[in-house]
Design a protein around this ligand. Structure first.
Ligand code: C2E
Ligand code: CA
Ligand code: CA
Length: 618
């Protein structure tokens, strides 16, 4: 270890570590310091070096060709070890140097004067020195000048490092510093597996709310307090470094065998609150993610990315701690790329998105009375994707509103194409509560229909996630507005998991779509029949139009008709079809004026297989 005046081993190491790493901009300034020293002291050569346990690193040099040397061979080690200026007016007259390799060999140093680079904590990191190939006198005045220049250079270095490597709010080493440490460790001779643990401490939306209401000062006080709290609760030793890597997010880099596992950290931080004197108290919500790795094999940025991935996994799964897992990481990365592609597809309109349309058939006439638009994606790499392949991920992004806009636009375009043909039927689109919460949703939809010269009665809205809508006044207001403007509102997926039907009466809806879950067991399970019969009766008593989804066979159809269901939709009639195929399907539907004699069947365009039995229903 370095011998110096004060400061413990870690302080020394951290300080020298930062300086040992080359940094072009910083080292340019150091070169100017060396030039200034050499010019003002009248000694042609000079350099600034950093010394650790084993080596001397030259950070900046002027008129002297000197590279890294061993610590043993460094003139400067005498300065570092003593903490004092050292002047050797003639090396050949000083027994310590007469046979020194840098004296007898290049660069043949005859004169040396070096001053220590001592930081605020008194830790000596290296030297600023001037040298020549000939002896010199070096009066006291010049010694003082050299000392002053060394102090100035050190002040510069401290400012440089504290500005770039310290988090302003918490005063802790920041992410850049962490990356530097990781890089440094990657060149270590000894392989020691490390663990990087990230700790998320606060609920960010709450912190932003706080900042909005009270300004940044209380939030910064909170962040500082958390730093102290973590040190205390995790019992960090002075040499354990706590980093701030983002607002409210801290990191510990330690041995993989050590005690800072993500789970341990979470266990130690349960039920902790921050109560800064000059801030606002907040219960911490702790999540931790960790990655264990060999720093000589894993690049610094990748180690950090993996720890972030683990942390986000913990946050998303609502669990305390998670270790990095390659499989889920790959899945998430895949999801992320998919969402990037979706964003691009929605923006350019050329990314393979298209709509298919599934007919809704009226009972008992069997006449097609409407269509449902359903999205599909022909992805350049992944091929045909159904909504299940991308909507569940998209729902966690802000893409759903753009997706709805795209679907509405495409539906309107198609309605216009069909407007003067026998194929014109009302088309409904699926919208989520986040669409309905947009204040301009109703007006925009109405304006788009008006611009296309289409009646609002041609566009239906199938409202997904209905239970959420009841808690959202803006969504309810939009539904009411849409209904008043003549759009038909359906409630989708009725019977799929919601037990509370009290919410129905609060909602301005015309149509209720029975979920496939209610419909699929009808032919085999008497219990399902009883439930379906009572649900349909109740909904009819409440004056709703009842549509059953997922009708795949004739028996189900007949049961539903017997129970008084108004419309049906399902593979028994047709799968969702692209426009051209749908047109053919519609053309093949018998056009009889008497609804009673219309056969309730599919036809050869119906892709349902053995479930389809046209003859039986006639
Ligand atoms: P949903 O609104 O309940 O749509 C009905 C789903 O059932 C469709 O699946 C349809 O293809 C499928 N289906 C229709 N008849 C039958 C049948 O007889 N048997 C079976 N097994 N399935 C049948 P799809 O197209 O995969 O859509 C799934 C869900 O994705 C939709 O459920 C809807 O919630 C959502 N979705 C589809 N398109 C859009 C869209 O443009 N926007 C939004 N926000 N959601 C959409
Ligand atoms: Ca639907
Ligand atoms: Ca549905």
């Amino acid at each position: 270890m370095l011998i110096n005046l004060r400061g413990n081993a870690t302080q020394r190491q951290n300080a020298t570590d930062a300086l040992k790493m080359p940094d072009e901009n910083r080292d340019d300034v150091l070169k100017q310091f060396v030039w200034l020293a050499s010019e003002s002291l009248g000694i042609p050569g000079g350099f600034i070096s950093v010394i650790d346990d084993s080596h001397q690193f030259i950070r900046a040099a002027h008129n002297i060709a000197l590279c890294q040397t061993t610590r043993e061979d460094a003139f400067c080690r005498y300065v570092v070890d003593s903490g004092e200026v050292m002047v050797v007016t003639d090396t050949l007259l000083d027994p310590r140097f007469t046979t020194h390799p840098l004296v007898v060999g290049p660069p043949r140093i005859r004169f040396y004067a070096g001053a220590p680079l001592k930081n605020r904590e008194g830790v000596i990191l290296g030297t600023l020195c001037v040298t020549d190939r000939v002896p010199h006198r070096f009066p006291r005045k010049k010694i003082r000048m050299l000392e002053t220049l060394a102090r100035l250079a050190m002040t510069f270095l401290e400012t440089w490092h504290s500005a770039g490597f310290t988090d302003v709010a918490t005063g802790l080493p920041n992410r850049q510093r962490l990356i530097r440490h990781l890089r440094l460790l990657s060149t270590a001779e000894q392989r020691a597996p490390l663990r990087l643990t990230l700790i998320d401490c606060i609920d960010m939306p709450r912190a932003y709310e706080l900042a909005r209401a009270l300004g940044m000062a209380p939030v910064e006080a909170l962040l500082r307090d958390i730093g102290g709290l973590l040190r205390e609760r995790l019992e960090l030793a002075p040499e354990d470094i706590l980093y701030t890597v983002a607002t409210g997010r801290y990191a510990i880099l330690a041995s993989a065998e050590g005690r800072f596992s993500a789970q341990n950290v979470v266990d130690k931080l349960r039920y902790v609150s921050a109560r800064p004197e000059d801030g606002v108290a907040m219960d911490l919500s702790i999540h931790a993610g960790e990655v264990c790795f060999d720093p000589t094999e894993l690049p610094a940025q990748e180690a950090l990315r993996r720890a972030v991935s683990a942390l986000h996994e913990a946050i998303n799964l609502h669990v305390g701690a998670r270790s990095f897992n390659e499989l889920s990481d790959a899945r998430r990365n895949g999801d992320f790329r998919l969402m990037n592609d979706l964003a691009a597809a929605l923006q350019t309109g050329t990314g393979g998105l298209y709509l298919v349309y599934q007919p809704k058939v009226s009972l008992p006439s069997g006449r097609p009375v409407g269509l449902e638009a359903l999205i599909r994606w022909r992805h350049p790499e992944h091929g045909e994707l159904s909504p299940a392949g991308f909507l569940p991920v998209a729902q966690f992004t802000n893409l759903m509103n753009s997706l709805t806009d795209w679907v509405v636009g495409e539906t309107i375009r198609q309605l216009k194409i069909w407007s003067d043909t026998p194929c014109l039927l009302p088309v409904s689109v699926n919208v989520s509560v986040s669409d309905l919460s947009r204040s301009d949703f109703t007006d925009t939809l109405e304006a788009r229909m008006a611009q296309a010269g289409l009646s609002t009665s041609l566009l239906g809205i199938e409202c997904l996630e209905t239970e959420k809508a009841t808690e959202n006044p803006a969504a309810l207001a939009n539904m009411e507005g849409l209904r008043q403007q003549g759009f038909r509102i359906s409630l989708d997926d009725f019977g799929a998991g919601y037990s509370n039907i009290g919410y129905l009466r609060q909602m301005p809806i015309d149509v209720i779509k029975l979920d496939r879950a209610l419909v699929s067991g009808l032919t085999i399970d008497p219990g399902s029949r009883i439930i379906a019969a009572s649900v349909i009766r109740m909904l009819k008593d409440l004056n709703y139009v009842v549509v059953a989804e997922g009708v795949e066979d004739r028996e189900t159809l007949m049961v539903l008709e017997a129970y008084g269901c108004d419309q049906v939709q399902g593979f028994y009639f047709s799968r969702p079809l692209p426009p051209a195929e749908l047109e053919k399907w519609l053309q093949q539907q018998p056009q009889s004026a008497d609804p009673d004699i219309l056969p309730l069947t599919g036809n050869n365009l119906t892709l349902s297989d053995d479930a389809h039995d046209p003859g039986l229903y006639n």
